[in-house]
Write a protein that binds this ligand. Structure first.
Ligand code: PBG
Length: 322
């Protein structure tokens, strides 16, 4: 035999030398759910190990994560029903707890990277990412609302603005509004190829943000499509996005690869709530080795071409590595 590929696997030392990808802690963004109840740490049953965090617990969580090397976070607000309306006005209200928390986090931890979520659903009484009229999700009427939200977030100190809504033209609209308001340094990570996925279930539990009627298929992408992701990517690039994101991650490795080979911007992938919950649930039953499954899942996303991974496993992964 001329070739014996097994020689390059014969020992841990040789495997270390030949390993092609190794995901670094610095590449992770840790999603955290926040609530207005100051001292809350409410478990989320479909996301074991994740909580709705009040101010005190949020600051603790950021501090302990940063000690492990996790320096980037994306915050999602759990908004009281009484603060929701059809136009998501709470999203840019003066007394919005999410904006106030971000301000405080950036004051206390100026070196961490803080990313926001731009979409109407956490604040909308209809539970949709856009404005609903007669059962339809309106595109152009939604854009000014998203832009106001984005400007309020940039003003609160978020480093990266994260439009997760999938309305057409929103990246350009938001970019222009940020620039006009003087926030030329606020970055945009666009949820470029966000699919209408069943794997967001636990996230919607965490925020009680399920659509009240209908589904999200008129704005989120059809899981059957890949070329459409290229179209979304070129639009986001033209409109001024700084990062492109694919979501979910593990079932969309082909899309991550496609965008990483065809776009110049850094590629992020969102390892969503359902992907995390599956591993946690199976590991909880003793059916999977949790750490090994986690490392394999995250490595595959990295190997496919994601430079950045948003994952609920961020802290677990950092703990394992350190
Ligand atoms: C909504 C939003 C969703 C997620 C992030 N932003 C869910 C949805 O589109 O319904 C999902 C994240 C996850 O499942 O972890 N704007």
């Amino acid at each position: 035999m001329q070739n014996r590929p097994r020689r390059n696997r014969k020992s841990a030392g040789i495997r270390d030398l030949t390993r092609e990808t190794e995901l670094q802690i610095r590449q992770l963004i840790y999603p955290l759910f926040v609530t207005a109840d100051k001292s809350a740490k409410n478990p989320i049953s479909s996301l074991p190990g994740q909580y709705q965090l009040g101010r005190i617990e949020l600051l603790k969580e950021i501090e302990s994560s940063a000690k492990l090397g996790v320096n980037s976070f994306v915050l999602f607000p759990a908004v009281r029903e009484s603060n929701k309306d059809q136009v998501a006005s709470y999203s840019y209200a003066e007394d919005n707890f999410y904006l106030n928390l971000a301000r405080e986090v950036k004051e206390k931890f100026p070196d961490i990277v803080l990313m926001s979520d731009v979409a109407m659903d956490p604040y909308s009484s209809d539970g949709h990412d856009g404005l609903v009229k007669n059962g339809k999700i309106l595109n152009d009427e939604t854009l000014p609302i998203l832009a106001k939200m984005a400007v309020a977030q940039a003003d609160a100190g978020f480093d990266i603005i994260g439009p997760s809504d999938m309305m057409d033209g929103r990246v350009g609209y938001i970019r222009e509004s940020l620039d006009e308001s003087g926030f030329t340094d606020a970055s945009i990570m666009s949820y470029t190829a966000k699919y209408a996925s069943a794997f967001y279930g636990p996230f919607r539990d965490a925020l009680k943000s399920q659509p009240k009627a209908g589904d999200k298929k008129t704005y989120q992408m059809d899981p059957a499509n890949s070329r459409e992701a290229l179209r979304e990517a070129s639009l986001d690039e033209l409109e001024g996005a700084d990062f492109l994101m694919v979501k979910p991650a593990t079932f969309y490795l082909d899309i991550i690869k496609l965008l990483s080979e065809n776009a110049d911007l850094p590629i992020a992938a969102y390892n969503v709530s359902g992907e995390y919950a599956m591993i946690k649930a199976a590991a909880g039953k003793g059916w999977l080795d949790e750490n090994a499954a986690m490392v394999e899942m995250l490595s595959s996303i990295n190997r496919a071409g994601a430079d950045i991974i948003l994952t609920y496993f961020a802290k677990d992964y950092a703990r394992l590595l350190s």
